[in-house]
Ligand binder design. Sequence first.
Ligand SMILES: Cc1cc2nc3c(=O)[nH]c(=O)nc-3n(C[C@H](O)[C@H](O)[C@H](O)COP(=O)(O)OP(=O)(O)OC[C@H]3O[C@@H](n4cnc5c(N)ncnc54)[C@H](O)[C@@H]3O)c2cc1C
Length: 339
Amino acid sequence: MNPSKIIVVGAGVAGLAAALELAERGLSVEVIDRGRALGDGSCSWLAGGMLAPWCEGATADAEVVTLGEPSIAWWMRHFAGTARNGSLVVAQPRDAAELTHFFERTARCNWLDGDQIVRLEPDLAGRFRRALFFPDEAHLDPRRALPALADTLKQNGVPIRFGVDAHAANLRADLLVDCRGLAARDQLADLRGVRGEMVVVRTRDLELSRPVRMLHPRIPLYIVPRGGGVFMIGATMIESEARGGASVRSTVELLNAAYALHPAFGEAEILEINADLRPAFPDNLPAVRRGPNILYVNGLYRHGFLLAPAMAKRVADAVFDPLMESPDADLRQRQSARG
Ligand SMILES: Cc1cc2nc3c(=O)[nH]c(=O)nc-3n(C[C@H](O)[C@H](O)[C@H](O)COP(=O)(O)OP(=O)(O)OC[C@H]3O[C@@H](n4cnc5c(N)ncnc54)[C@H](O)[C@@H]3O)c2cc1C
């Protein structure tokens, strides 16, 4: 029997995408979040918003590529600001071997020479002799995409209540969908945090149309244009659960790498320096797990925007799955057992 009322706990990207998928399949859904407003206490607010499954394939499991590819179409359907104009990957001449290694580990990309780079990004003229281009990748601004999802939810009759802590509230629902990110560690003991730091700057002296990744053996960096001369520079990947703001070392390294990409960043105005912990399982893959009357969606790690649509679909499929009656099974194991 399908649940007549579902509460999604957590209004990060996982929770909003799951709520939307459930509402679109005709279910009665409500979202709660302990933050005061969208983005408050949510890792999703700090994300670069790259939808880059093939680039991520350089370091991630093949499952990330498979799950991430269809998510680009999902975002284009649900957020008009999704830009699908590819990703560019460059390296300093001394790190040229990094580019070759990246090419060998990825798919759906082609080599560009200096002239071709300039045709895509005129402001990079004279800076790089070679680059890799991933034409099918996309990007979005999380701080516009999440409010857009929230608006669509409201139009679909899905209330979102902020300032409601699941621990304190008396939640009455047939099914809970727990999308609390790292806070769900009280139930998911193998969840860990992977620290990510980022900087947002503004400069009128440079225009980029798409995310640019600069490879480096120690400090790989990406820059995502937000429009209006604003750029997000990210992100460190540190196996640490230290809370608090970005360190001086990380900030200096990110800004140095950005300056090496283009000297215009030297004169840029710093708008924000921030840090958060990405929720990750030991295999760095996302999962939907079940308990009695509850589904846990978590472990989106460094791919929250890329993988939230696939996880949302998995949640909705689970709700309509008659095997839903039996609790405590890991959905991923069951699905792979079925082939
Ligand atoms: C610097 C940085 C850059 C990143 N860049 C990218 C990128 O380019 N592309 C990409 O795809 N991913 C990126 N990520 C990863 C992505 O941000 C995460 O995978 C994603 O945000 C995880 O989403 P979530 O919804 O699981 O968790 P969250 O966004 O943290 O949402 C959890 C929500 O649950 C709420 N909550 C917690 N406890 C309770 C409770 N008891 N009651 C009610 N509500 C509660 C919180 O308030 C929060 O709003 C990046 C991450 C970082 C840190």
